[in-house]
Design a protein around this ligand. Structure first.
Ligand code: GLU
Length: 409
């Protein structure tokens, strides 16, 4: 289950269907640039540790490279390549003028102190300083990278170039060039898509049971918004616990508990279940919002949900996709469902470059417009070719990327 192999299979499937120019397929079958570094960090106890770090600049046909940096022990080059490729597709689906890239550091972020995290974040910027920049390649948060980390990165870059250059990264804190609405943007964007989908399917939010995997920025935000909009969130999973109550969980209380106790352990009135049980729960909507390769040919045959809303990147393998399609389960792909994050990142960058900041209402209404037109474009391609939403999203994106490549060749 190599994420990059999966990504290329998705490309191949869409390319065949739409009869995509062979040269475009070739260009998109490898990253434009792959950067690697070893980051030497002095740990708090005085010993030196080396952290492998990456930046993959996948494709810039539609604009500067854009995509997050992940701090995670499972990071490797193929994962970063897959994520960079998906960013290329995602930015084109969202129709923002950006290419795709991704970065990472192989590290267990939870084991670092605040000071070690700061040194690592600044070292990442120093290693790739020549290759990133507001007009070139603009990183952002991803798994275990926070607004605070983005602030250190923007500060390090600004010091290196000798002027304020906050547009070098997005997802920054509000006090330091961030945008209103960025923290919630990924979840908010996913909710706009989900609302459009359930309207189309003739379903009502208050009749739907949901299970959410992941309680980070995206999963936590989703659980909160789903709860607020009347969905019944019956199960949530974080990296340690999986909890279930068929009558619905009190999400605000649960998030408060997790914040105070740093864990879901001892949350009252719930049943602890395994992750394997979680994926096959009798729910209407499954929201994977954690890692790649969670829905596979192992668990797909037993999934009971009608809808899978992919808020993580790459949670479903191509084998599982086939099984889900045959079972009539609607999969809303990552490149559409979670594109609200990068969309508001783009708004943040526009605000940084123009030094003119928007109200939260403006951000939300612009996001809604972008998400709605992305949804409509994907829906109409899916109707035209009679294909699943992932293939339709890829076709939508590939038409736009191919047009940008063709016009200058
Ligand atoms: N890491 C997020 C994603 O996978 C956001 C990227 C960004 O804002 O550039 O879409």
């Amino acid at each position: 289950m190599n994420a990059y192999d999966n990504a290329l299979r998705q490309l191949e499937k869409a390319a065949q269907l739409m009869v995509l120019d062979k040269d475009v397929v070739l260009r998109l079958s490898s990253p434009e640039k792959t950067l690697m570094a070893s980051l030497p960090i002095k740990m708090d106890d005085g010993h030196l540790q080396i952290f492998p770090a990456y930046r993959v600049q996948y494709n810039q046909a539609r604009g500067p490279y854009k995509g997050g940096i992940r701090f995670h022990p499972q990071v490797d080059l193929d994962e970063v390549k897959a994520l960079g490729f998906w960013m290329t597709i995602k930015c084109a689906v969202a129709n923002i003028p950006m290419g795709g890239g991704k970065g990472g550091v192989v590290v267990d972020a939870k084991s670092l102190s605040q000071a070690e995290t700061e040194r690592l974040s600044r070292a990442w910027v120093r290693a790739f300083r020549e290759e990133i920049g507001p007009a070139k390649d603009i990183p952002a948060p991803d798994l275990y990278t926070t607004p605070q980390i983005m602030a250190w990165m923007a500060d390090e870059y600004s010091q290196l170039v000798g002027k304020p250059s906050w547009g070098v990264v997005t997802g920054k804190p509000l006090e330091f060039g961030g945008s209103l609405g960025r923290e919630q943007a990924t979840a908010q964007g996913g909710m706009f898509i989900l609302s459009a989908l359930i309207d189309k399917m003739g379903l009502k939010a208050d009749k739907l049971k949901v299970a959410v995997q992941g309680l980070g920025n995206v999963g936590g935000g989703m659980a909160e918004l789903l709860y607020k909009q009347g969905y019944k969130v019956v199960a949530v999973a974080d990296s340690k616990n999986v909890i279930y109550n068929e009558h619905g969980l009190d999400i605000p209380k649960l998030l408060e508990h997790k914040k105070n106790k740093k864990s879901l352990t001892d949350f009252p009135g719930v049943k602890e279940i395994s992750l394997a049980e979680f994926f096959v729960l009798p729910v209407d909507i499954l929201v994977p919002a954690a890692m790649e390769n969670q829905i596979t040919d192992n668990n797909a045959p037993d999934i009971a949900a009608k809808i899978i809303l992919e808020m993580a990147n790459g949670p479903t393998t191509p084998e599982a996709d086939e099984i889900l399609y045959k079972k009539g389960i609607v999969v809303v792909p990552d490149v559409l469902a979670n594109s609200g994050g990068v969309t508001v990142s783009y708004f943040e960058w526009v605000q940084n470059l123009s030094n003119n900041y928007w109200s939260e209402a403006e951000v939300t209404s612009e996001l809604k417009e972008k998400m709605t037109s992305a949804w409509q474009a994907v829906e109409s391609v899916s109707d035209k070719y009679k294909v699943d939403f992932r293939t339709a999203a890829f076709v939508t994106a590939l038409e736009r990327i191919a047009a940008a490549i063709k016009i200058r060749n």
